[in-house]
Each structure stands twice: as C-alpha cells, then as structure tokens.
Design a protein around this ligand. Sequence first.
Ligand code: SAH
Length: 294
Amino acid sequence: MEWLEVSVAVENEVAEVVAEVLSRYAYRGVAIEAGPDGWNTGPVVVRAYLPVDDQLPANKRRVEEALWHLGQIRPVPAPVFHPVAEVDWVEAWKERLDVLRVGRRIVIRPSWRDFVPQPEDVVVQLDPGMAFGTGLHPTTQMCLVTLEDLTRPGAAVLDLGTGSGILAIAAAKLGAGRVLAVDNDPVAVKAARSNVIANGVRGTVSVVGGSLDGVPGSYDLVVVNILARVIVEMVQEGLATRMTPRGRLIATGIIDNQEPDVVVVLERTGLILEERRQTDDWVCLVAKRDHSLD
Ligand code: SAH
C-alpha cells in the first residue's frame, strides 16, 4: 500500500495536540521527533501516514481543516504532504526505534537491535509492524510503569486495544498468570500474535480480535490505552464489571483537559481514582472499586 506522509513542524508544547489531531485519521503512524536542535529548543516534527485509498482526499481535507482550527488557538504551520511507499514507511520506523528502558526493569528491544540484558531486566522484544505500540509514546510508557508496580504473580490481566501487544507481553513477563489481549484492528491482532510468539509467552497471552463486548470473565488488572472518548464508551458499556473486586483499571490515551469527563463516568459506575500520572498533556489514571458503596 502507498501512504501519504504528513509532517508538521511545531513548538514542543503543541506537538501532542497536533499528534492527537493527526491520529484521528492516521493512528497507526504518528511519530513525534526532535528537530535539528533537540527536544527542548526549536520545533519538533509530528509525522503521520494516511493510507492512499478512496478516503484519502476526504481525510487530507479533514487534517487540513483540523489543523487550521487548531491554528486559531495556537500557532500551527500548514502541513507538508509527501507520498511514500509502504516499504519506506516500515524502514523509516525501523531506523527510528532503538532499545528503550522504561520504569525500573522493563526494556523494549526492537527485534532488529542487539541487546545484552542484565539479569533483572524484563525484556519485551518487539516488531510493531504496522500496529501502534512501539514503546515511544508517553501513554504506553505510563502504562508500563504502572504495570510494573501493580502486576502481582499469577494476576489475570486484560489489555484492551493491545496494538503491537507490548503491554500484554510486558504483563506476562512481569509475572501475570493469564493475559487476554484484544484489538478491533486485524493488523494489530496479527502483529500482537507474532510478538507474543517471539517473546515465548504464548502459554500466558491470548490475542483475540474484537472489543469489550466479546470479553469473558473478570481481571485483576484491566489496561486500556486508547482515547478518552473510547474509554468513556467502554466504561458506560460495563468495563467495571470485567474487574475483580480488588481489581484495578489503568486508563490512558487521555489528554489532560478530557480527564474530568473520564473521572465523572468512572465514578458513576462505582470506581474511584486511586492514582494518576501525567507526561506532557497525557494523563494515565488508576481506578479501583469504591467499596464504601458495597
Ligand atoms: N496498547 C498499545 C497500543 C495502544 S494504541 C500501547 O499502549 O502502546 C490503541 C489500540 O487500540 C489500537 O491498536 C487500536 O486498533 C485499538 N482500538 C481502538 N479502538 C478500539 C476498540 N473500540 N476496541 C478494541 N480496540 C480498539
């Protein structure tokens, strides 16, 4: 497949918002890269890929319009469009990904990079392919850090919107006894399955296509890294009923100004906020059941 690359050079503090806008149309490939002067000075580049299909003209127009609207609030230059072939897209990702340490013990190792682990390292070998979940995104990193804290030996874990499978595999390697990884995108299901096999956790992690409505059972940890809107929908559709009485929900993909909307819905379904983390504009919430309501 051919892709149309969209890149926008913006000031650092606007980058996450631009990435969020682009992710609505190209969520499989939004990257934020340091500009020539590094992360802290000068512009950073937000890059995304729109599939070249019959939706392209409409999607391109929507991206231009959304950025134009954003430009009324914060300075955003016009996007630059550049066609690329799929093979270049995958290779471009490969060059950008390096071995990454997250939290105390977790190491994300792209499958094509060499790495000699320390004995205590929890290594997730990853080939994200076209699926989201490279480990670079702040929301993924906040989930990993939280999983490192909360995964008890033998725990049952549900990973909703697994993408490359990164969180499900990390949970298995952190000691979970049973992990269900779910995604409604067949490309993600395929990538997650092959990453699960490559990491030798096939006995612990099952990957299935679909969404919350097809999920059986209840879980000690439920992790959802999608978008605030989708999390709100899932909570309204009974996400809390998939949690064990002492279970925890880890929810991210939430921009800080959307946080109150998510918290209200959580509280309405009998959950209370236990912990929150924030990186840039992104918020990660941990919620548990409110037992005062029992
Ligand atoms: N868990 C990974 C990937 C998150 S990207 C990480 O933390 O990095 C979000 C993923 O959720 C995508 O793979 C997307 O296909 C999936 N997704 C989006 N909406 C969904 C829904 N309603 N049900 C199931 N999966 C969904």
